[in-house]
Write a protein that binds this ligand. Structure first.
Ligand code: F6R
Length: 258
């Protein structure tokens, strides 16, 4: 696990964007795993700017998103398909047919979940998976108590996640309590994982992910088993780590080696 501690959210996104830029330079046909929420927004903005400046192309890229609300269609403003189109896909040269988000309106969510796994496998697996993290340590919609070997499936959201996300829904608007999400096992299969976390509200989850026991109580702690995970955080999200200075020291040493 590589832990990078930076000063602010802009730097966190910039570091993450560099990893994606390098991935696209190394392999223009990359398969990217993407996330929604506030954490990836600046990174997506930077990728759009890089595209506009001719530094990256998504023409041959395939993407798989982590999750989607069950019950929302892609044209619902709170659906994750809508989010991805508006915040990234509409602004780059990606072929929308190569962008996959679980289908929130499927009549058979279990079959759709199995099919999603098959599509990822057919694409050759995910090269880089982007993650945010919930205050409770969730990744995707894998809430605490999720099996660490889980695959894409239907998950019930916790009351806390529903409350956290309520800000995006109108007062009388229907807010789904179920989702289809990649499993933790699905995420661990990605060749590289990049997790972004900023702000003090994420500090406990970041500590439990990096230093805590590997436990279903903090689903992101399963990343300790992943061979190529980079966790990029700002000072506030790193504040509860036992020894943040050690991670900064490692990064300085790595920079010297390069
Ligand atoms: C989003 C997702 C979630 C978020 C997490 C953090 O696709 O799967 O796990 O990454 O809830 O959300 P933000 O970034 O809004 O704090």
């Amino acid at each position: 696990m590589k832990v990078i501690i930076l000063d602010n959210a802009e730097q966190v996104a910039g570091y993450g964007a560099k990893i994606f830029k390098q991935q696209l330079a190394d392999n223009p046909q990359s398969v990217l795993g993407l996330a929604t929420g506030s954490s990836p927004l600046i990174l997506y903005r930077i990728l759009i700017e890089l595209y506009e400046r001719g530094k990256v192309s998504f023409r041959e890229v395939t993407t798989f998103n982590l999750d989607e609300y069950l019950g929302l269609s892609g044209d619902h403003p709170q659906s994750y398909r809508y989010f991805m189109n508006r915040n990234l896909f509409d602004h780059i040269d990606i072929d929308l047919a190569n962008t996959f988000v679980p289908d929130g309106t499927t009549a058979d969510p279990r079959a759709a979940a199995r099919e999603y796994e098959s599509k990822i496998a057919e694409a050759g697996g995910i090269d880089v998976q982007l993650l945010g993290i919930g205050y409770n340590g969730h990744i995707g919609f894998n809430e605490p108590s999720s099996s660490l070997g889980s695959r894409t499936r239907v998950k019930t959201l916790t009351a806390r996640t529903i409350a956290d996300n309520a800000r995006f829904f109108g007062k009388d608007e229907y807010q789904p309590h179920l989702s289809i999400t990649m499993g933790i096992g699905t995420i661990l299969d990605a060749k590289n994982v990049v997790l972004l976390a900023t702000g003090e509200s994420k500090a406990a989850a970041v500590r439990n992910t990096i230093e805590g026991p590997i436990s279903a109580n903090c689903p992101a702690s399963a990343l300790q088993l992943h061979p190529a995970t980079t966790i990029i955080v700002d000072q506030a999200a790193a504040a509860a780590l036992d020894d943040p200075e050690f991670f900064k020291h490692i990064e300085r040493e790595n920079q010297k080696l390069q």
